[in-house]
Design a protein around this ligand. Structure first.
Ligand SMILES: *Cc1c(COP(=O)(O)O)cnc(C)c1O
Length: 384
């Protein structure tokens, strides 16, 4: 590929911090760099209690353990999301109740939540698709009314805000990914943010194999013991050292991506105005992290033709999320029909195309991608 979909961003300082981590002689989890990251996340970004994990999937699994999810429980999860959002709860035996996307945006349709709630519902898991916020005011109101926990899957949303509130700090819990395809990364990594103080102590215990080793390390107890369920969810301090270099540059990354985003958006606006494609909109409620750029084609055929046209030009554009309600695992385990009830999610499955978007992508490459897209519509004689 001449222009791949993603090239992982590096600041250039990663090796220096990794060298320091080696010098610290603490390379396992909950070490000096983990503490430095959490301090920065608090001071610079405004997060509260944070636990670094090996992935967002792990952070979601921690939530399922924290909520004592068991067979018979139900969780409301968007049909249009990554596998992990549902998997973390399904492996505890929960029934996954899929909710449709909004008609104008792939986030969950808050107006469809209430009719899915039953006496067994435990949690709502909004996914801030592409870093765009779900309607958190409505979601929190519904959750409060029905006594449900809200877990924000903020895998794409690091640094985005809804009505000036940082995503991942609005629900009871927030889960982030530091996978190499996300805005800030350390190869593989993640974070759980705990916004409901009542859940903090137990989260820390579940994080470290069901023990109170964190309290022991802080000198709060004489010895550490096995107290609860859990697993080894900690991020190695080597990865935390890498992550620290990225967290320090977070604003720079987001500001630069903002320029790239608006360049794409201005170059493709014309196609959008002619109704040939749909472009994402940043509404007034949103401070956006510019985590990626996608367009919606008219239908599956046009999207696939466009994708193949770009491949021929050496440009890798990729599709996103198969509607999870039709996945073989769900069909086998939940015995539901394969015909999706989630018409908007199904539409996004067929129409979304994600364009190359990464820090080292040059302006002329963005112009090349946009040019190739225009060429496609010209050849189809749809665009004059
Ligand atoms: C990437 C992603 C995840 C999983 O993140 P990992 O860190 O790879 O486990 C979960 N949810 C969403 C919405 C994602 O995009």
């Amino acid at each position: 590929m001449i222009i791949p979909f993603n090239i992982p961003f590096t600041t250039g300082n990663e090796l220096e911090y990794i060298k320091q981590a080696i010098g610290n002689r603490h390379l396992s989890g909950n070490g000096p760099f983990t503490r430095k990251c959490c301090e920065l996340l608090g001071v610079k970004y405004g997060f509260g209690k944070c636990l670094l994990t090996t992935s967002c999937t792990d952070a979601l699994e921690m939530c399922a353990l924290l909520l004592d999810i068991k067979p018979g429980d139900e969780v409301i999860v968007p049909a249009f999301t990554f596998v992990s959002t549902a998997l973390a709860f399904a492996r505890q035996g929960a029934k996954i109740v899929f909710i449709d996307s909004k008609s104008d945006n792939p986030c969950m349709d808050e107006d469809k939540i209430e009719k899915l709630i039953t006496s067994r519902t435990k949690a709502i898991i909004p996914v801030h698709y592409g870093g765009f916020p779900c309607e958190m005011d409505s979601i929190m109101q519904i959750a409060e009314k029905h006594n449900l926990i809200v877990i924000e899957d903020s895998a794409h949303a690091f640094g985005s805000r809804y009505k000036s509130k940082l995503l991942g700090t609005i629900g009871h819990l927030g889960c982030f990914s530091f996978h190499e395809t996300k805005v800030i990364h350390c190869g593989e990594g993640g974070m759980l943010t705990i916004n409901d103080r009542k859940l903090s102590e137990r989260a820390e215990i579940i994080w470290d194999k069901g023990t109170n080793r964190s309290q022991f390390q802080r000198g709060e107890v004489q010895k550490y013991e096995w107290l609860d369920t859990g697993s080894s969810f900690l991020l190695s301090d080597l990865n935390a050292a890498f992550l620290f270099s990225q967290l320090k540059e977070g604003e720079k990354i987001i500001n630069y991506k903002k320029e790239q985003w608006f360049l794409y958006s201005s170059l493709l606006k014309d196609l959008g105005n002619k109704g040939l494609i749909k472009l994402p909109l940043i509404n007034n409620n949103t401070q956006y992290n510019y985590s990626g750029f996608y367009l919606e084609a008219k239908n599956l055929k046009e999207r696939e033709d466009l994708r193949n046209h770009l491949i021929k030009r050496g440009i890798q554009a990729i599709t996103h999320y198969l509607d999870l309600s039709g996945s073989p695992y769900i069909l086998k385990n939940q015995k539901i029909q394969s015909i999706s009830q989630n018409e908007n999610s199904k539409r996004y499955e067929n129409t979304i195309l994600r364009l190359p978007f990464y820090f080292s992508l040059k302006n002329n490459q963005i112009k090349e991608v946009a040019g190739a897209i225009k060429e496609f519509y010209l050849q189809k004689e749809l665009y004059v």
